[in-house]
Design a protein around this ligand. Structure first.
Ligand code: SF4
Length: 186
Protein backbone atom coordinates (compact mmCIF):
# COMPACT_ATOMS: atom_id res chain seq x y z
CA UNK A 1 0.00 0.00 0.00
CA UNK A 2 1.55 3.28 -1.03
CA UNK A 3 1.33 6.15 1.40
CA UNK A 4 1.45 9.80 0.39
CA UNK A 5 4.04 11.59 2.47
CA UNK A 6 3.47 15.32 2.57
CA UNK A 7 6.40 17.69 2.77
CA UNK A 8 6.75 19.52 6.08
CA UNK A 9 6.06 23.23 6.13
CA UNK A 10 9.25 25.21 6.56
CA UNK A 11 8.97 28.39 8.60
CA UNK A 12 9.39 31.38 6.31
CA UNK A 13 12.48 33.50 6.91
CA UNK A 14 11.91 37.10 8.07
CA UNK A 15 12.18 39.92 5.55
CA UNK A 16 15.73 40.75 4.68
CA UNK A 17 18.37 40.88 1.99
CA UNK A 18 19.74 37.67 0.68
CA UNK A 19 22.25 36.60 -1.88
CA UNK A 20 24.14 33.35 -2.22
CA UNK A 21 26.08 32.96 1.01
CA UNK A 22 24.53 35.70 3.14
CA UNK A 23 21.29 36.84 4.68
CA UNK A 24 20.81 40.15 6.47
CA UNK A 25 17.80 41.19 8.50
CA UNK A 26 17.03 43.32 11.56
CA UNK A 27 17.42 42.10 15.13
CA UNK A 28 13.73 42.85 15.72
CA UNK A 29 12.68 40.50 12.92
CA UNK A 30 15.06 37.74 14.03
CA UNK A 31 13.80 37.97 17.63
CA UNK A 32 10.20 38.02 16.36
CA UNK A 33 10.83 34.87 14.34
CA UNK A 34 12.29 33.07 17.37
CA UNK A 35 9.57 34.25 19.73
CA UNK A 36 6.65 33.42 17.48
CA UNK A 37 7.80 29.85 17.00
CA UNK A 38 8.55 29.08 20.64
CA UNK A 39 5.56 30.45 22.57
CA UNK A 40 5.24 28.90 26.03
CA UNK A 41 1.55 28.85 27.03
CA UNK A 42 0.26 28.86 30.59
CA UNK A 43 -3.06 26.97 30.56
CA UNK A 44 -5.51 28.43 33.08
CA UNK A 45 -8.29 25.89 32.69
CA UNK A 46 -11.30 25.73 34.96
CA UNK A 47 -13.86 23.64 33.09
CA UNK A 48 -14.97 21.98 29.85
CA UNK A 49 -12.90 24.16 27.48
CA UNK A 50 -9.86 22.81 29.30
CA UNK A 51 -10.76 19.32 28.10
CA UNK A 52 -10.86 20.58 24.51
CA UNK A 53 -7.47 22.15 25.11
CA UNK A 54 -6.13 18.75 26.21
CA UNK A 55 -7.35 17.32 22.90
CA UNK A 56 -5.44 20.06 21.14
CA UNK A 57 -2.23 19.12 22.95
CA UNK A 58 -2.64 15.42 22.14
CA UNK A 59 -0.97 13.82 19.08
CA UNK A 60 -3.85 14.33 16.62
CA UNK A 61 -3.72 18.15 16.75
CA UNK A 62 -0.34 18.46 18.46
CA UNK A 63 0.42 22.02 19.43
CA UNK A 64 4.07 20.97 19.43
CA UNK A 65 4.00 21.51 15.66
CA UNK A 66 3.80 25.22 16.47
CA UNK A 67 6.68 25.17 18.95
CA UNK A 68 4.32 25.36 21.92
CA UNK A 69 4.42 21.87 23.37
CA UNK A 70 6.18 23.15 26.48
CA UNK A 71 3.34 24.22 28.76
CA UNK A 72 4.30 26.38 31.67
CA UNK A 73 2.65 26.05 35.04
CA UNK A 74 4.73 28.90 36.38
CA UNK A 75 3.80 32.44 35.26
CA UNK A 76 7.50 33.38 35.36
CA UNK A 77 8.30 31.10 32.44
CA UNK A 78 5.25 31.70 30.27
CA UNK A 79 4.52 34.22 27.55
CA UNK A 80 0.97 33.28 26.58
CA UNK A 81 -1.81 33.11 29.16
CA UNK A 82 -4.59 30.87 27.85
CA UNK A 83 -7.75 31.22 29.90
CA UNK A 84 -10.31 28.50 29.24
CA UNK A 85 -13.46 27.86 31.17
CA UNK A 86 -15.94 29.66 33.33
CA UNK A 87 -14.26 32.29 35.50
CA UNK A 88 -16.22 33.26 38.57
CA UNK A 89 -15.96 36.78 39.94
CA UNK A 90 -14.20 35.29 42.94
CA UNK A 91 -11.53 33.91 40.64
CA UNK A 92 -11.04 37.17 38.70
CA UNK A 93 -8.31 38.47 41.07
CA UNK A 94 -6.44 35.17 40.74
CA UNK A 95 -6.43 35.41 36.92
CA UNK A 96 -5.16 38.95 37.29
CA UNK A 97 -2.44 37.93 39.74
CA UNK A 98 -1.21 35.21 37.38
CA UNK A 99 -1.14 37.76 34.54
CA UNK A 100 0.76 40.26 36.65
CA UNK A 101 3.35 37.65 37.59
CA UNK A 102 4.17 36.97 33.95
CA UNK A 103 7.15 38.85 32.56
CA UNK A 104 6.81 41.16 29.56
CA UNK A 105 6.29 40.67 26.71
CA UNK A 106 3.17 38.58 27.27
CA UNK A 107 -0.03 37.84 25.43
CA UNK A 108 -3.49 36.57 26.38
CA UNK A 109 -5.90 34.25 24.58
CA UNK A 110 -9.48 33.82 25.82
CA UNK A 111 -10.68 30.38 24.77
CA UNK A 112 -14.41 29.79 24.50
CA UNK A 113 -17.55 31.73 25.24
CA UNK A 114 -17.15 31.64 29.04
CA UNK A 115 -13.66 33.17 29.14
CA UNK A 116 -14.57 35.63 26.37
CA UNK A 117 -17.94 36.84 27.64
CA UNK A 118 -19.26 34.73 30.49
CA UNK A 119 -20.96 32.43 27.95
CA UNK A 120 -24.32 31.06 28.95
CA UNK A 121 -23.69 31.98 32.58
CA UNK A 122 -25.16 35.46 32.76
CA UNK A 123 -25.39 35.22 36.51
CA UNK A 124 -24.38 37.23 39.58
CA UNK A 125 -21.36 35.05 40.26
CA UNK A 126 -19.69 34.71 36.84
CA UNK A 127 -17.24 37.21 35.37
CA UNK A 128 -18.70 38.38 32.05
CA UNK A 129 -15.41 38.01 30.19
CA UNK A 130 -11.82 38.03 31.43
CA UNK A 131 -11.24 41.40 29.73
CA UNK A 132 -12.96 42.84 32.81
CA UNK A 133 -9.72 42.14 34.71
CA UNK A 134 -6.89 41.74 32.15
CA UNK A 135 -6.29 42.82 28.54
CA UNK A 136 -7.01 40.13 25.93
CA UNK A 137 -5.24 39.79 22.57
CA UNK A 138 -7.29 37.06 20.87
CA UNK A 139 -10.78 35.71 21.56
CA UNK A 140 -11.69 32.23 20.32
CA UNK A 141 -15.48 31.80 20.11
CA UNK A 142 -17.35 28.55 20.67
CA UNK A 143 -18.78 26.42 23.44
CA UNK A 144 -16.38 24.72 23.38
CA UNK A 145 -14.34 25.79 20.36
CA UNK A 146 -12.97 22.98 18.22
CA UNK A 147 -9.22 22.38 18.49
CA UNK A 148 -8.87 23.75 14.93
CA UNK A 149 -10.33 27.05 16.14
CA UNK A 150 -7.90 27.22 19.03
CA UNK A 151 -5.01 26.50 16.68
CA UNK A 152 -6.30 29.34 14.50
CA UNK A 153 -6.26 31.59 17.60
CA UNK A 154 -2.70 30.50 18.41
CA UNK A 155 -1.66 31.32 14.84
CA UNK A 156 -3.15 34.82 15.23
CA UNK A 157 -1.11 35.20 18.42
CA UNK A 158 1.97 33.98 16.54
CA UNK A 159 1.36 36.65 13.93
CA UNK A 160 1.13 39.36 16.60
CA UNK A 161 4.24 38.08 18.40
CA UNK A 162 6.29 37.92 15.20
CA UNK A 163 5.35 41.47 14.19
CA UNK A 164 5.65 43.13 17.58
CA UNK A 165 8.23 45.90 17.75
CA UNK A 166 10.63 46.35 20.67
CA UNK A 167 9.06 49.74 21.37
CA UNK A 168 5.43 48.60 21.62
CA UNK A 169 5.47 48.00 25.38
CA UNK A 170 6.78 51.54 25.97
CA UNK A 171 4.28 53.18 23.61
CA UNK A 172 1.65 55.62 24.96
CA UNK A 173 -1.12 53.33 23.65
CA UNK A 174 0.18 50.37 25.64
CA UNK A 175 0.77 52.50 28.74
CA UNK A 176 -2.80 53.82 28.46
CA UNK A 177 -4.14 50.29 28.18
CA UNK A 178 -2.26 49.25 31.32
CA UNK A 179 -3.50 52.37 33.14
CA UNK A 180 -7.05 51.43 32.20
CA UNK A 181 -6.53 48.12 33.97
CA UNK A 182 -4.88 49.79 36.97
CA UNK A 183 -1.46 48.35 36.13
CA UNK A 184 0.44 51.63 35.57
CA UNK A 185 3.69 50.34 37.02
CA UNK A 186 3.62 47.17 35.05
S1 SF4 B 1 -17.53 27.94 26.74
FE1 SF4 B 1 -18.86 26.14 26.90
S2 SF4 B 1 -17.41 24.42 26.84
FE2 SF4 B 1 -16.21 26.26 27.34
S3 SF4 B 1 -16.14 26.33 29.58
FE3 SF4 B 1 -17.89 27.53 28.92
S4 SF4 B 1 -19.64 26.10 29.02
FE4 SF4 B 1 -17.75 24.88 29.01
Amino acid sequence: MSEVISKPNIVAAPDGHEQPGFFATSLEKAVGLARRNSIWPLPFATSCCGIEFMAMMAPHYDLGRFGSERLSFSPRQADLLMVMGTISKKMGPIVRQVYEQMAEPKWVLAMGACASSGGIFDTYSVLQGIDKVIPVDVYVPGCPPRPEQVIDGIMLIQDMVGKETFRKRQSPEYRNLMTKYGMENH
